[in-house]
Design a protein around this ligand. Structure first.
Ligand SMILES: Cc1cc2nc3c(=O)[nH]c(=O)nc-3n(C[C@H](O)[C@H](O)[C@H](O)COP(=O)(O)OP(=O)(O)OC[C@H]3O[C@@H](n4cnc5c(N)ncnc54)[C@H](O)[C@@H]3O)c2cc1C
Ligand SMILES: NC(=O)c1ccc[n+]([C@@H]2O[C@H](COP(=O)([O-])OP(=O)(O)OC[C@H]3O[C@@H](n4cnc5c(N)ncnc54)[C@H](O)[C@@H]3O)[C@@H](O)[C@H]2O)c1
Length: 461
């Protein structure tokens, strides 16, 4: 079959791919966006948006339970159906992307539903319901394939009706009990949601702590809060075998302990099948976990990559940020936009547990590993004025990581009520390399949660 020639083919329409396809089409290029599932990717249908609707509802229950400490009495009857309805009606329109497809096509981009793979430089084969289509991209191929849940090689697990984030988001009822394999952001957010709706939840994390990519203080804090909320946490928990039968799942650990539950959620990380994407055809390593990119998102001659697959932070804002840079590079817009190169010194990230766990830049360990002369300080939110006033639900901390030689923050973490919002100020400080001395001189409104930043900075001395 003869290949159709266009300027750009975008493979995968996650947040970044959708944005890039639209911007490139609006700039006048002929663009085909190829998506195997739903336009918009994981974030709007199975990740950020619906899970934060779940979190919002679960947080409302938690606040209701705090009424006893603060404001009288509230009789709570948790009901998951408003959450399930909201996810269907407001977030995902029943997992239908018609509006997103229309928005994309309005930009001038064409849309092709199918699974694409690179077959040669600039050559893409797409498997659609109507057979295979061939596309030639004369200017650029943009890779935005995102990730799929990784299913760990645990004996007995394959073939069982375990959940990933997709089934958890699609759930219409809360399981009586739930074992969560993995204590990263996905596992922690969903564990707390289901527990707050009444599920008996156990988190089994193979590493030494929850949220292993964050500061150790964050994992310790969540472990404490989870224990108070009745969530069982086992760290260094290595699953040996999974059994599934009439009464649900049993996970046996290497140390002999076993945990049974009605449902099992696998939240053990994510990855991309680069071989299926055909990256070897453009000289990239199909065995690698990520597609390495330069500061302009170039992955190979005529190939740009954006989003989770680049390994620069699996977050929607990273995908969108990289899309802007790739588009500017493909359009040759650097001169107009100034020096537009990716800068990952201040990647912000928030795990939306309660307390929210926010972080930006380097952790203390990462800063030390880079050989920086590191000074750190931590303040506890409950001992700050606003934290004390807040009372129930006030657990949290602010941690600052300073490069003492340069006198600037290179990293920070903020956990607590609104921890993700408090992070905003810290992200500006790290991104702008604002001198610590200057941060100490500014005013912090009283009595806000972000005043804990000032207290932490003072402790740096
Ligand atoms: C449960 C959960 C909660 C999350 N919460 C947050 C959050 O609160 N905030 C945040 O910033 N991030 C969050 N994330 C991460 C966020 O979802 C991703 O970082 C985000 O979706 C960006 O991903 P992406 O652009 O790489 O592509 P994705 O969103 O993964 O989309 C990639 C798309 O490419 C398609 N595709 C793949 N291969 C092909 C192919 N060969 N041909 C055609 N199409 C293909 C896929 O079908 C998919 O639709 C969460 C993730 C999970 C799992
Ligand atoms: N709020 C947010 O921004 C948000 C929320 C969810 C996810 N995300 C993004 O999505 C990415 C994926 O999240 P994730 O939590 O799935 O992955 P993750 O890689 O961050 O965490 C997975 C955890 O599972 C553990 N694990 C791996 N194999 C295991 C096993 N066999 N048994 C028990 N534990 C095991 C790992 O040690 C790790 O702690 C995150 O890194 C994050 O970037 C972001």
């Amino acid at each position: 079959m003869a290949a159709e020639t266009v300027d750009v083919v975008v493979i995968g329409l996650g947040p970044g791919g959708e944005d890039a396809a639209a911007r490139l089409a609006e700039a006048g290029l002929s663009v085909v966006g190829v998506e195997a599932r739903l336009v918009g990717g994981e974030c709007p249908y199975w990740a950020c948006v619906p899970t934060k609707m779940m979190v919002r509802a679960a947080d409302a229950l938690a606040e209701g339970r705090r009424v006893g400490d603060l404001a009288g009495r509230a009789d709570l009857v948790p009901d998951f159906s408003p959450v399930a309805t909201r996810i269907r009606e407001e977030a995902t329109t029943g997992w239908d992307d018609a509006a997103a497809v229309e928005r994309l096509e309005r930009s001038g981009s064409r849309f092709l539903r199918g699974r694409a793979r690179l077959v040669a430089p600039g050559e893409v084969a797409v498997t659609t319901d109507d057979g295979e289509r061939r596309l030639t991209a004369r200017r650029a191929v943009v890779l935005n394939p995102g990730t799929e849940p990784t299913i760990p090689p645990v004996d007995g697990l394959p073939g069982t009706p375990y959940w990933t984030n997709r089934e958890a988001v699609s759930a219409t009822a809360v399981p009586d009990s739930l074992v969560v394999l993995g204590g990263g952001p996905v596992g922690c957010e969903l564990a707390q949601v289901f527990a707050r709706f009444g599920s008996r939840v156990t988190v089994l994390e193979s590493g030494p702590r929850l949220l292993g990519k964050d500061e150790p203080e964050a994992g310790a804090l969540l472990a404490e809060v989870f224990a108070e909320e009745g969530i069982t946490v086992r760290t260094d928990a290595r699953a040996l075998r999974v059994r599934h039968g009439g009464d649900g799942f049993t996970v046996e650990l290497e140390d002999g302990e076993s945990f049974g539950a009605e449902q099992l959620l696998v939240a053990a990380g994510r990855g991309t099948d680069l071989e299926a994407l055909g990256v070897a055809a453009v000289g990239l390593d199909a065995e690698a976990r990520t597609v390495p990119v330069d500061e302009r998102m170039r992955a190979a001659d005529g190939v740009w990559a954006i989003g989770d697959v680049t390994g620069k932070g699996a977050f929607t804002h990273v995908s969108l940020y990289q899309a802007r840079i790739a588009v500017a590079d493909i359009l040759g817009d650097h001169e107009q936009d100034g020096d537009y190169r990716a800068d990952y010194r201040a990647v912000p990230r928030v795990t939306f547990t309660d307390p929210e766990v926010g972080a930006v830049g380097l952790t203390e360990d990462q800063a030390r590993d880079q050989g920086l002369s590191v000074r750190t300080a931590v303040t506890e939110v409950p001992s700050a004025a606003r934290g004390w006033i807040h009372k129930s639900g006030n657990a949290g901390f602010v941690k600052v990581v300073e490069d003492a030689d340069r006198g600037v923050l290179v990293g920070a973490a903020s956990a607590g009520p609104g921890g993700g919002e408090v992070l905003g100020a810290l992200a500006v400080a790290v991104h702008g390399a604002v001198p610590t001395a200057q941060l100490k001189q500014m005013m912090y409104a009283y009595p806000t949660f972000h005043r804990a930043i000032e207290a932490a900075l003072t402790k740096l001395e």
